[in-house]
Design a protein around this ligand. Structure first.
Ligand code: TYM
Length: 343
């Protein structure tokens, strides 16, 4: 094994294409080579009010999405964060290590709290510390996530290093982020400068993993583009990435091409080469066909799994037992380092 992976998704909504291409699909690919722990982070979800019945339903739905995408539960652990109390206990200790100044720099808090910051929950503010506890409580070596989580991972590394220095130990392992590929940042279908997000009020901004073929076709047809034909290879830099100046002019076009590249496992240059000078309408038809061929079977398998909620609950419960067995001794070591007496 090359190391231990920890990663998570909030059960606040059905998974979208950004979650799948930016995170879950990469987990599936890494699970043979790493010991894997995948968490449905329900405690993170409640940093913004969640209807309790919806939270329960979404926790099962995200679990089903992990399994339907190809996470093999005989090898990898899937569980819900609240099923292992280590996360909350370790988060408290780490809250006392992290500095207010560090949290004040977190851009995601600023975005999520918006203008009415005084009214945001305290949990939303300390959210990144709970995320650090998720990772450090398992001594995870690698964390595969989308680009938007990069700053949170840097914070987890800073917290680990400060804890080790403050207490003169090597208890906590700073994790390595695993971010990359054409889909590390999938953008909204309505505005290529905003990331695809579950909190966008327009459902046309995203492809959900449960969308049927007609809905996927409709959303891509309505996706914002421009009247110019598709670009040629001159927009690429020497590394094969779209040049920033080109991307700034047509962000929606390059986003759709990056989605195509990721879904078909190609570099974006190969997609640009194949569609140079063609009309968007033809490209969108091919993109729809490709997306339906990848997402259709996953959506169908999710529906099948969700017909048997007791089985999903059993997977989570078995996963939680394994997660506790790994993290409890680590928490005990951390508590001894801090000076807490055994219970
Ligand atoms: P969450 O639930 O917002 O997103 C889950 C995963 O999907 C990725 N992602 C994207 N990737 C590419 N393009 C997008 N438009 C896009 N939108 C979302 C995210 O980067 C993430 O990998 N804080 C985390 C959950 C979390 C976590 C953790 C992750 C809690 N504890 C520990 C890793 C390790 C979050 O809110 O992800």
């Amino acid at each position: 094994m090359k190391g231990r992976i920890f990663s998570g998704v909030q059960p606040t909504h059905t998974l979208h294409l950004g979650n799948y291409l930016g995170a879950v699909r990469n987990w599936v690919r890494m699970q043979k080579e790493y010991e894997c722990i995948f968490c449905v982070v329900d405690m993170h979800a409640i940093t913004v009010f969640q209807d309790p019945a919806e939270l329960t339903k979404n926790t099962r739905e995200v679990t089903a999405a992990f399994m339907a995408s190809g996470i093999d539960v005989s090898h990898s652990i899937i569980f819900a964060q609240s099923q292992n109390r280590v996360h909350a206990q370790l988060a408290w200790i780490l809250n006392c290590v992290a500095r207010v100044g560090w949290l004040n720099r977190m851009t995601q808090f600023k975005e999520k709290a918006g203008k009415d910051r005084e009214n945001a929950s305290v949990g939303l503010y300390t959210y990144p510390v709970l995320m650090a506890a998720d990772i450090l409580g398992y001594r995870a070596t690698h964390v595969p996530v989308g680009e938007d989580q990069k700053q949170h991972l840097e914070l987890a590394r800073d917290i680990a290093q400060k804890f080790n220095t403050d207490f003169g130990v090597e208890c906590l392992v700073p994790p390595a982020p695993v971010i990359g590929g054409p889909a590390a940042r999938v953008m909204s279908l309505r505005d290529g400068t905003k990331k695809m997000s579950k909190s966008d009020p327009s459902d046309y901004s995203r492809i959900n993993m449960t969308d049927d073929a007609d809905t996927i076709a409709l959303k891509f047809r309505k996706a914002k583009t421009d009247p110019a034909p598709l670009p040629g290879l001159e927009v690429l830099d020497e590394k094969g990435f779209v040049k920033a100046e080109a991307d700034a002019l047509r962000p929606e076009a390059y986003n759709l091409m990056a989605i195509y590249a990721a879904l078909s496992d190609q570099e974006i240059g190969a997609v640009i080469g194949a569609y140079e000078g063609k009309e968007f309408s033809a490209f969108k038809r091919d993109l729809t066909e490709l997306a339906v061929s990848v997402l259709g079977p996953i959506g169908a398998e999710m529906k099948r799994l969700l017909d048997h909620p007791a089985e999903i609950d059993a997977v989570l419960s078995r996963g939680a037992t394994k997660a506790r067995a790994i993290s409890e001794p680590i928490l005990t070591e951390i508590e001894r380092a801090v000076g807490f007496l055994p219970a």
